[in-house]
Design a protein around this ligand. Structure first.
Ligand code: NAD
Ligand code: DAU
Length: 362
């Protein structure tokens, strides 16, 4: 499925107003000739401001819709007649899934099921050459594999062992996506990616929380001992990987995507503080590191994630390009220069307070 093929290609991006989805939409409009339909419910995590840079394009369409609403989703397939679906829409934050799992079940499981069924009906009615080229890329997470100890890596055949309501709901959706390929023949591919960072990430995740707490002069919350390990990938690298898998991946296969960039959380926080010290020195003159505060751990906090991404590297020729040092500097600068976007993302329902733990411990 080549997005820049001779004929005009139409792709759906669910969750296209979120962090990774909006990066994908901006990429597809800027770097391909495809028509792109962003389908997004605009929950707290989605905003049209994130796709505003490409909103002027006559190849971009925006549809505010809930992927769990079957009649609405069927109507979108009828109206736009897409050639491919990048499925990213999800409730994505582990801490929120601890506080309120219902939305995770509804969107991540029922929503994915609804979208798969609508895609299947659409695909069944396509004429044969278009049906052969049609693709459904289900975008998932490495958290479905559970946690690692100090050694080892997640591979595509690592058994699923999710720890949080979020990762359990993503694991369920992954199973459904694979089954829609095995049982019904829908041309599904699945990707499982590590922690992304970069511009436009909703400020509930570690990196934007640290940046905003730091410059607001507030305690920077580090869960537990700060020794948990994540594998960090710059969001633009993830977007390139998704396009590569869509275009070159084998139907029915799973591809792990990672940054080969393992870091303890405390090292990530130190890196952010050091960039801020250089670029936005604190009024009190001390290092931002002085604001680091260890807080109660996340329940069920996975110890370590690390991706073996050799399959996508060797079979499809993708590899991460951005170094953590340059990526984190770009990210910090973006947040410093986009305070309006950050302010608009926060409101009376959420203003950077601790989630996923008893509020008295915040
Ligand atoms: P995000 O929370 O920033 O964005 C999710 C988007 O989905 C939002 O725009 C939201 O409005 C939309 N959405 C939520 N429920 C919806 C519904 N019912 N119908 C339509 N739209 C809905 O998430 P993200 O970090 O951009 O993650 C995107 C996808 O990538 C998710 O599937 C996530 O599981 C996966 N993923 C994320 C990471 C990461 O580090 N952020 C890593 C690996 C995989
Ligand atoms: O691994 C991929 C996953 O990465 C994605 O599937 C999720 O959608 C995405 O949110 C992310 O999950 P994490 O739970 O790893 O990300 P988060 O930014 O919430 O936390 C990263 C680490 O930092 C984790 O060990 C918890 C810790 N943390 C987090 C926050 C918000 C803190 O120490 N302090 C914080 O304030």
């Amino acid at each position: 499925m080549y997005i820049n093929s001779g004929s005009q290609t139409t792709v759906f991006v669910t969750g296209g107003a979120g962090f990774i989805g909006s990066a994908l939409v901006r990429h597809l409009i800027r770097k391909t000739s495809a028509s792109v339909v962003t389908i997004d419910k605009l929950t707290y995590a989605g905003t049209r401001a994130s796709i505003e840079p490409v909103a002027h394009s006559d190849r971009h369409y925006f549809e505010q819709a809930d992927i769990a609403n079957a009649s609405v989703v069927n109507d979108l397939f009828d109206r736009y007649d897409p050639d491919a679906v990048f499925h990213l829409a999800a409730e994505s934050h582990v801490d929120r899934s601890i506080d309120g799992p219902a939305a995770f079940i509804e969107t991540n499981i029922l929503g994915s099921y609804t979208l798969l069924e609508a895609a299947r009906e659409h695909w069944r009615d396509l004429e044969s050459s278009r049906a052969e080229d049609f693709r459904f890329l289900h975008v998932s997470t490495d958290e479905v594999y559970g946690e690692l100890g100090d050694e080892g890596y997640f591979r595509e055949d690592t058994p699923y062992d999710p720890s949080s309501p979020y990762s359990a709901s993503k694991a369920s959706a992954d199973h459904l996506a694979r089954v829609w390929q095995r049982t019904y023949g829908l041309p599904v591919l699945v990707t499982n990616c590590s922690n992304n960072y970069g511009p436009y990430q909703y400020p509930e995740k570690l990196i934007p929380v640290v940046i905003l707490k730091a410059i607001d002069g507030e305690p920077i919350p580090v869960y537990g001992t700060g020794e948990n390990v994540r594998d960090w990938l710059y969001v633009e690298d993830h977007v390139r990987a998704l396009r590569t898998v869509m275009e070159e991946g084998t139907v029915g296969e799973t591809y792990n995507i990672g940054g080969r960039c393992e870091k303890q959380n405390l090292d990530v926080v130190h890196a952010i503080c050091d960039v801020l010290d250089e670029e936005y020195s604190a009024p009190h003159g001390n290092s931002y590191r002085d604001q680091i505060t260890f807080v109660e751990d996340r329940p069920g906090h996975d110890w370590r994630y690390a991706i073996d991404c050799s399959k996508i590297e060797e079979e499809l020729g993708w590899s991460p390009k951005e170094s953590f040092e340059s990526g984190i500097r770009k990210t910090v600068r973006w947040y410093l220069n986009h305070r309006d976007w950050c302010r608009a993302a926060l409101d009376e329902t959420y203003d950077l307070e601790r989630l996923g733990a008893d509020k008295t411990d915040a």
